[in-house]
Unconditional design. Structure first.
Length: 217
């Protein structure tokens, strides 16, 4: 699968050149003419890297960067600013809003490609770390729930055994089906608790409509 890159550039010739360069180097590329159009593109396109001109009408590259870095859904996208500005003050301004890299126009092709490759590696690493942290949090939550269920479950099991011991044989016969259902349900809960406590590689699966659940077996 090709890595995805979004180019945001209002200057037609530059946009065309960048698109051709990245397409020839096996990237899936979509272009936008300003930040506002880029936000529309991002509703259906998930790039690992965005290359955006700083100075654009409607919504410039820096404003776009500021919006995306403040959004959990987009903040990991590696954001490269293209600019004719080269002063330290301008770079600090860009870093303050979350830009990951700067390239001063005119851009040298091989340098741009190198920065994009670096950005993709960083994006992949951050995404993997995010998945690891998410899995860790799910495992910790599952273990906590498992232990909290286990204590009242043990009390319930003891209570049921005590009730059974207090019953006469004729009373047990009358309640055979009910007692059997209760004991089967307890065993199912015990199995579920054991799966929660020993969960190692959690998988989150679709359950109903937009609801999701942890797969335990």
């Amino acid at each position: 699968m090709k890595d995805k890159v979004l180019i945001v550039e209002d200057e037609k010739d530059t946009r065309f050149i960048l698109e051709k360069l990245l397409t020839r180097n096996n990237y899936e590329v979509i272009t936008a003419i300003n930040g506002q159009e880029a936000l529309e593109v991002l509703k259906n396109f998930e790039p690992k890297v965005i290359v955006a001109d700083w100075t654009m009408p409607v919504l410039d590259g820096l404003a776009l960067c500021n919006i995306l870095k403040g959004d959990e859904k987009f903040k990991l996208i590696y954001f490269i600013i293209l600019t004719a500005r080269s002063s330290l003050k301008d770079r600090i301004m860009g870093l303050d809003v979350g830009a990951d890299d700067f390239l001063v126009k005119p851009v040298e092709n091989q340098e741009l490609l190198a920065r994009i490759r670096s950005g993709i590696r960083i994006f992949n690493l951050q995404s993997e770390l995010g998945r690891i942290e998410h899995s860790k949090a799910v495992v910790e939550m599952a273990c906590t729930i498992g232990h909290k269920i286990n204590n009242p479950l043990s009390s319930l099991l003891l209570s049921i055994k005590n009730i059974e011991n207090e019953l006469t044989e004729s009373e047990k016969k009358k309640l055979t089906d009910d007692l059997s259902t209760v004991n089967e349900s307890i065993e199912r809960i015990k199995k579920f608790v054991n799966e929660l406590v020993h969960l190692e590689n959690p998988q989150v699966i679709d359950y109903f409509e937009e609801n999701r659940m942890i797969k335990t077996d």
